[in-house]
Design a protein around this ligand. Structure first.
Ligand SMILES: Cc1ncc(COP(=O)(O)O)c(C=O)c1O
Length: 426
């Protein structure tokens, strides 16, 4: 452990570790936090939560979670393949299927496990079946800026979670430039071999850049290849884009059926940690056979099924979104307002969604910036100095008021001006 000690002390001295904040209470976007380093408590206005529709404090969502505990207890205490599911799982899967227009949905504990399960299941299948030959190689194309859950699953894609099923055929993974459809088409042409099974995976909304994958063009290109699979990770798209929050297909005015009609198999991963006031993930498809296969993938069979209050909160949240599209409209209005105000104040805000990355001058340290914003203005945003290129990551949600957004932008400008003066005079 000596290396661990020395390394962590080193990154701590270099100021590279994240600051620690502990939440004591939440009321809308006002959060009472304790600074880990000093123990000091204060109430701040948050612009860094992923609770984009403000549903974690919604009474109907909270009640559903409490009711589920009374009915089923706090945990299912086993895996679904070995000890069955609860009816709530089935109801949640049906609700997601309706929300995402794909009839077959399978639940997971989170996005990382869902992605690993999908890659295991699709590339390597599951239980050896006498006489069944799995001989076709898989080619997977991935956007270079895809989320870590995709990167991790693809890094392990050459075996079925470390185990070989018979003589599982090879999996080849190739990255294409971020949202670059010329490069995407070129890579497909260059790497696809006759007989390959082709899978393409992309964030629908990119979690650090806040931009949207060019779905219609991807479908157009994939339509030239037979029986391809197109996986959209809708972690930041669900509840946030599309007129009623149904995600990337609705954003582009199409449904998954459009992809199916073009010969492309659409798969959607929904996660519950952002719009759905919970934790967990789901994969939806129009292929009914995928569901039992996912159910026996290692990350389903080797771990606990989604706990009742998590499933109940996710289901009640999706029902809220379906019954109250105005929540999504408010989020989108707030996003537009925030982005416009940032531009007025000469900030470089990239992307187009409620994930708003603000790129700072290269000599301004985002961590120092965020600390100053909190200490002098009581506003909390996420500084990014690792994971992606340095920036502030601001998330708008549907509970923010225009006054709060104005307060944020004025504070951002004031901190920038003060820091800019300091860097110029230094
Ligand atoms: C694109 C994307 N996929 C997956 C995840 C992980 O989702 P979860 O925390 O719900 O498992 C995130 C989280 O930020 C994300 O942005």
């Amino acid at each position: 452990m000596q290396v661990v000690k020395e390394y962590v002390q080193c990154i701590d001295q270099l100021g590279l570790l994240p600051d620690e904040y502990i939440c004591h209470h939440k009321e809308g976007n006002l959060v009472e936090i304790e600074e880990g380093a000093t123990g000091r408590r204060r109430t701040v206005l948050t612009f860094c939560t992923n609770d984009v529709l403000g549903l974690v404090q919604n009474p109907a969502v909270q009640q559903a979670a409490l009711d589920s505990i009374h009915q089923y207890g706090t945990s299912n205490s086993s895996t679904s393949a070995l000890s069955g599911r609860i009816d709530l799982h089935r109801q949640l899967e049906q609700t997601i299927s309706e929300f995402k227009h794909l009839p077959h949905t399978q639940l997971f504990l989170n996005a990382w496990m869902a992605m690993q399960a999908l890659v295991d299941a699709y590339c390597h299948l599951a239980i050896p079946a006498p006489g069944f030959q799995n001989t076709r190689e898989t080619l997977i194309l991935t956007d270079v800026l895809n989320h870590g859950c995709i990167v991790s699953a693809l890094a392990h894609s050459d075996t079925r979670s470390g185990k070989l099923f018979g003589h599982s055929p090879r999996v080849r993974v190739r990255a294409y430039r971020h949202c670059d459809m010329t490069d995407f088409a070129r890579k497909l042409q260059r790497y696809a071999r006759p007989g390959d099974r082709i899978m393409v995976v992309s964030d629908a909304v990119f979690s650090m850049d806040g931009d949207i994958a060019p779905l219609p063009e991807m479908i157009d290109i994939l339509a030239n290849y037979e029986d391809t699979v197109l996986v959209m990770d809708e972690a930041h798209a669900s509840g946030a884009i599309g007129a009623t929050g149904r995600g990337i297909y609705e954003h582009f005015g199409i449904t998954p059926q459009y992809a199916i009609d073009r010969g492309v198999n659409p798969l959607i991963m929904t996660t519950f940690s952002k719009f759905a006031a919970s934790a967990g993930a789901a994969i939806s498809s129009h292929i009914k056979e995928l569901k039992p296969l996912l159910d026996v993938s290692p990350t389903s069979i080797g771990t606990i099924s989604l706990a009742p209050p998590l499933a109940a909160a996710a289901m009640a949240s999706i029902q809220q979104v379906m019954q109250h599209p105005e929540l999504v409209q408010r989020l989108q209005e707030n996003t537009r307002y925030l982005r416009a105000r940032l531009v007025e104040h000469d900030f470089l805000a990239i992307g187009e969604t409620n994930v708003v990355p603000v790129i700072l001058d290269s000599d301004i340290n985002p961590k120092q910036f965020a600390r100053k914003l909190m200490s002098e203005h009581g506003i909390w945003v996420s500084p990014i100095w690792f994971i992606a290129k340095p920036r502030l990551r601001i998330t708008a949600n549907s509970l923010h008021t225009k006054e709060e957004i104005d307060q944020l932008v004025v504070a951002l400008a004031s901190v920038r001006d003060a820091m800019y003066k300091t860097t110029i005079s230094a």
